[in-house]
Design a protein around this ligand. Structure first.
Ligand code: FMN
Length: 254
């Protein structure tokens, strides 16, 4: 089976846009729908920071997931396309790759993970009791959801930059991971905005080889994270917050 290609599409925002376009721009946009307005022609609308903050507050870790998808799959595809088109990367390397597994493909992923772990139980690496009481119910909980997004990095898009900009050569690897994490956060929050619940997992590198084989993932791509989502069927857990004063310093505030 070949990898799902992420096609370029217009993203239909679920909420009002943060910027409004001047009439001349909308007229031009109608005439040349592919041309983008110059930055100077974009008029900032009223501050809407609160939308971002509300979305950030709503994003939580939800482990109890079900299959009652709140939107058609096309909305998930639009959101994923919006992530790859709008999340920034260092030097615009665009090295993040996403594989989206929905419904039966998603279930297959977690069956693969269950197989991998069953083999570890057989070798004694994982005690039978831990497997039965903790690991298996957790993996079955992921399988109960609607989909999983696999986050990869394609090193072939990073290496040329490391060679060209020798001053920063050791930075491109961490920068790629920063950008990958931004995709994770965008999609975690975006899925929440569509009405899903989600949780972030790291079963790499244990599942890398069978997953690459099943979905024809190029062997050089590095799997970094798995975002599992479904209908939210439970509440998020309690979350302790360290004081903001410990974590933020502001200088020059007026
Ligand atoms: C970089 C990162 C890695 C994480 N890895 C895991 C993970 O492997 N398994 C898991 O269940 N949750 C994982 N989480 C979820 C965190 O435990 C969770 O986000 C945190 O406790 C705060 O709770 P909240 O997501 O409800 O705000 C991860 C979160 C982040 C940001």
């Amino acid at each position: 089976m070949s990898l799902p290609r992420i096609t370029l599409r217009l993203f239909s925002p679920m909420r009002p846009p943060l910027y409004r376009l001047t009439p001349s721009i909308t007229a031009r946009a109608r005439a040349f729908s592919s041309s983008l307005p110059a930055r100077s022609e974009i008029v900032p609308a009223a501050p809407r920071t609160n939308i971002l903050v509300e979305l950030a507050k709503a994003r939580r870790t939800i482990y109890q997931l079900g299959k009652n998808s709140p939107v058609p799959d096309s909305k998930i595809e639009e959101l994923v396309n919006a992530a790859v088109l709008n999340v920034p990367s260092a030097f615009n390397t665009q090295s993040t790759r996403l594989v989206v597994l929905l419904h039966r493909e998603h279930e297959h992923l977690w069956d693969i993970a269950i197989d991998v772990f069953q083999n570890l139980v057989k070798t004694g690496a994982i005690p039978e009791q831990v497997w039965q009481k903790q690991t298996l119910p957790k993996l079955q909980g992921f399988k109960a959801g609607v989909g999983t997004i696999l986050f990869y990095e394609d090193p072939s898009h990073i290496k040329p930059f490391s060679e060209k900009f020798s001053l920063y050569k050791d930075q491109f690897h961490p920068w790629a991971e920063h950008s990958n994490a931004m995709h994770q956060y965008f999609l975690w929050t975006g899925l929440e905005s569509l009405g899903f619940g989600a949780n972030l997992q790291h079963y790499n590198p244990l599942i890398d080889a069978p997953v690459a084989k099943q979905w024809d993932v190029p062997s050089e791509w590095r799997l970094l994270a798995q975002l599992v989502f479904g209908s939210p069927e439970g509440a998020p857990g309690e979350k302790a917050q360290k004081p903001t004063e410990e974590r933020v310093k502001i200088y020059g505030k007026q």
